[in-house]
Design a protein around this ligand. Structure first.
Ligand SMILES: Cc1ncc(COP(=O)(O)O)c(C=O)c1O
Length: 396
């Protein structure tokens, strides 16, 4: 029977042997075989990428991680899905698998701080040169392509400044020039955007965020097409990257409600934005919330939904008063990450002062403008609005 994706997420896997509605958590290092012949045959099946229900050794995962791989494979419509112990492991896996000395990589200027750091600082030590392009200027990307360009690394939208890029144009350019493409799709998730279907070679999601949804697990998912599969598998096996069975279980549990949670995050966010847009101290809301938002058209063109992550640009001559606003919020936790059930807030230092958000080459904002990122959680939006209302009074 053909099922909708919402139904699929409710029934992706169960434990028939133990008659449970949930899969078992298989923690394992050694996997036991009945004979050497069986062991060799199984290794052959793995190498031939045949459908299997367990790996030959725990370093590659277990039946629980295979369950998760299969769910994400369906969501992404991927040739294969590699799971890593943190989201960032998936970014590192992608880059280390395909970049080699002498290569250049083109990286969108708005990527997650550590993605910038690995491209700019670590890869440099391997004679791989990272060049950053303006995410709001396709011509800039086009002009920076050379014969040495190996991969274009995109994060869409930028998870702090929310630039949306014309993704099909990037894919077209890359295919014409025989360049690989990677998309950090943590914001959209493969529920709302399927990068591999658009023609990207690698689609990455930090499973720590909306996949897990409960701020109690970490993981990464790198979905790939046939073209890059072998290269990624080579590095995956030798790097020792893997996700634990316990984290995989938690992420399977989270995925069951991904569709419902995302819808509610979006609904709550719209209510919050209706309040925020009337606030004089807020100069701009970085979120595709209305047709006149600068990113709205590109969001609509590619995505079938949105979520709870947005930034606000606050105008104030006193940065300390913006910090006071953040500190006085009661329902918004101060901390890294997003995509969990709860509301969060964080000041974003894009002027190069923080090692977590490396300096931007292209994003321009005035001295008296400050970016605060909010994650709108699943609390009652009326309470969140009351909290914001009382705290915004601190901004001078
Ligand atoms: C857009 C984006 N990509 C990747 C990551 C890395 O994921 P993780 O924190 O699971 O390592 C993050 C984490 O905040 C992120 O926001």
């Amino acid at each position: 029977m053909k099922k909708s994706i919402s139904t699929f997420l409710k029934h992706p896997t169960k434990d028939n042997a133990n008659r449970s509605a949930n899969p078992p958590v298989t923690r394992a290092s050694t996997i036991l075989f009945n004979s050497m012949q069986e062991l060799h045959q199984h290794e052959k099946n793995i190498n031939a990428n045949k459908k299997i229900s367990y790996y030959s050794y725990g370093r590659y995962g277990s039946s629980t991680t295979i369950e998760l791989e299969n769910i994400i494979k369906e969501l992404e419509q991927a040739h294969h899905v590699f799971l890593t112990g943190t989201g960032f492991g998936g970014v590192a896996l992608a880059l280390m698998s395909v970049c080699r000395p002498g290569d250049e990589i083109l990286v969108s200027d708005n990527v997650y701080g550590p993605t910038k750091e690995i491209s700019e600082d670590l890869l440099k030590e391997f004679n791989i040169n990272a060049i950053f392009y303006d995410p709001e200027n396709f011509k800039d990307l086009e002009n920076k392509v050379t014969k040495k360009t190996r991969i274009i690394v995109v994060e869409n939208p930028g998870s702090i400044t929310f630039e949306f890029q014309d993704l099909s144009k990037i894919v077209k350019l890359a295919k014409r020039k025989n360049i690989l493409t990677f998309l950090d799709n943590t914001w959209g998730t493969p529920l709302y955007l399927k990068p591999l279907k658009l023609g990207f070679d690698m689609s990455f999601t930090s499973a720590t965020k909306y996949f897990s949804g409960h701020s109690d697990a970490m993981g990464g998912s790198l979905a790939v097409n046939k073209k890059v599969f072998k290269k990624v598998m080579f590095f995956y096996k030798l790097s020792g990257y893997r996700m634990s069975a316990d984290e995989a279980y938690l992420i399977i549990r989270g995925l069951r409600t991904l569709d419902v949670r995302l819808k509610q995050h979006f609904e709550n966010t719209k209510e919050i934005i209706n309040f925020l847009k009337k606030q004089k101290k807020i100069k701009e809301i970085l979120y595709p919330h209305k047709p006149s938002s600068k990113n709205y058209k590109l969001w609509k063109k590619y995505y079938s939904g949105a979520n709870g992550l947005l930034s606000i640009v606050i105008k104030s001559k006193k940065k300390s008063s913006v910090i006071k606003f953040i500190n006085s919020l009661e329902l918004f936790g101060i901390g890294y990450s997003w995509g969990g059930f709860e509301s969060l807030v964080i000041f974003q230092e894009l002027r190069g002062a923080s090692k977590y958000t490396k300096k931007r080459h292209y994003f321009r904002f005035d001295k008296d403008e400050h970016i605060v990122r909010l994650h709108i959680g699943l609390e009652d939006p009326k309470d969140l609005i009351a909290d914001l209302k009382k705290s915004l009074k601190h901004i001078k």
